[in-house]
Design a protein around this ligand. Sequence first.
Ligand code: CA
Length: 257
Amino acid sequence: MKARILIVEDERHIGTLLKYNCEGEGYEAELVGDGPAAIAFMERDPFPFDLVILDLMLPGMSGYMVLEKLRRANVHIPVLILSARTLSEDRTRGFDAGADQYMTKPFELPELLSRVRGLLARHAQVRGTAPPAPPPTGEVFEFDGAVINFTRHEVTVRNEPKVLTPLELRLLRCFIEHEGVVLTRNELLNQVWGFDSNPTTRTVDNFVARLRQHFEVDPSRPRHFLSVRGVGYRFLLNPAPAAHEEESEVDSDPAAK
Ligand code: CA
């Protein structure tokens, strides 16, 4: 079945260019020019698209608002923000709202299409509809009172439901799949974000801090999501009882603050 892409873009020539090229790649593409038109598709269940390319500055309703509404409605398909806004605050706000990737205008079409391919492939794997890449973890994974259902996008930690963004879940999955292995920030960027250009290593620190907030009993004294000084991070499934007291390993990294 063809992947279906929703393009939300009020600049007609960009929207038409995107639609034409998405169709050229073999996708079905629908172009709408404002937020309310995108939101209207949420009345259909399931949401009739596999990926959204989303502009931020739109008439009627900002792209951030569209994204927040999608995520609140439990639509967890990949969202690629394509915006003229280049400030890091905009990126951060976009990722906080649940974006998977952020590209700035002007953009290179081949790069955008490559990102779309990557996002669709990874999403298909998460949903279990693609044959490759056997996941070492089952669909449901448990540790330290946390229960994570990757397929249904449901997380509870010590019986408390948590809402994780798609990127947080992907980072968590990456840690679980490399349990006990030290991963550098750049390795995490490549594996989770998929491309080396947009997010910075600082982004990794912020996301690790968020995982600690979600899962650690005491986020300031992490036992599972450990910093390895000068290198990166390591996830431990069953830390030794006093693992957090190994000060040589758990350093005063920015993500712990
Ligand atoms: Ca616009």
